[in-house]
Design a protein around this ligand. Sequence first.
Ligand SMILES: NC(=O)c1ccc[n+]([C@@H]2O[C@H](COP(=O)([O-])OP(=O)(O)OC[C@H]3O[C@@H](n4cnc5c(N)ncnc54)[C@H](OP(=O)(O)O)[C@@H]3O)[C@@H](O)[C@H]2O)c1
Length: 298
Amino acid sequence: MSSPPRILVTGATGRLGQLLVPRLLARGAGVRALTRHPARANGLRAQGAATAVGDFDDGDTLRRALEGVSHLFLLSPITPTLADQQIAVIEAAAAAGVERIVKLSGSHWTIDPPGRSLSGDAHREIEAALRRSGIAHRVLRPNAWMQVMLARVASELAAGDELHAPPGDPKVAFIDARDIADVAVEALFEQPASHEASPEPWVLTGGSALGYDEIASIASRLTGRRIVATPLSAQAQQQRQAANAPSPYIARVHAQFAALIVAGEAEPVSDTVADVLGRPPRTVEAFLAETVAGRVPA
Ligand SMILES: NC(=O)c1ccc[n+]([C@@H]2O[C@H](COP(=O)([O-])OP(=O)(O)OC[C@H]3O[C@@H](n4cnc5c(N)ncnc54)[C@H](OP(=O)(O)O)[C@@H]3O)[C@@H](O)[C@H]2O)c1
């Protein structure tokens, strides 16, 4: 690559975007962070990113945000309009002459086979649009993030010696979102082979799959207390998810994830993180050690 990429990062102010932007700046990329609310990007601006105020639902703002951009990182939250919004960004990127797109997709097991996850099907539709666009690209399909699925561990350990587990104690190959950000940097800097019209998605997982009994054992070692994993009944889990979901749509999406996880779909481990980064993935043990030490890993 002759000159540093000029990258528009969508979802820049979110969980993953905030990890990605400083990593891209450290590699010398020019970064423009898309946000609807400029104040949310204050921290990113302080680190050296530029901001583009824009909305996936407003084509004019997308066109302005994409002016002079060579690379696009494509991420948006799960909503009923996920596919429409991301396809609008891909079309705007094609019109702006963007050379490379890295798309943060859904977990592999929500996408393949089709028809079992609302968000997985939307991501699948977007991936197809990306292939049709003819733009060089890489799709990232990360497994369940530690920062999301294990976020409640800190508060549960503060409240007592019990960790709530999904029914059936399934194993999950959790991935640390910082590894996803590290891989995303490499994907953005990747030199595409000219024959790769439809490059394989990168399926990203942690290095091993753990059940909640094992997570409780790790927590016991780290705290010096006897922590036990208590599986929720399927009904209790559903009620909990419905109570925590911001909308009935998200409650449905989460119920689909839960059923697939209980069926063991999130257990398989891939080598992609180690292959791309040349080091093993971060571990649940290291993540929980930071959590227990009160340094909740972003
Ligand atoms: N959590 C997991 O275990 C997991 C696993 C696999 C895949 N994923 C995927 O991860 C993605 C979510 O990532 P995340 O958790 O980092 O997201 P997040 O924290 O929810 O952040 C959402 C971002 O999207 C931006 N945004 C929302 N609506 C927008 C709009 N209309 N126009 C422009 N920007 C908009 C927000 O920006 P402003 O508010 O600043 O405008 C914010 O930066 C989803 O696509 C999901 O499928 C998650």
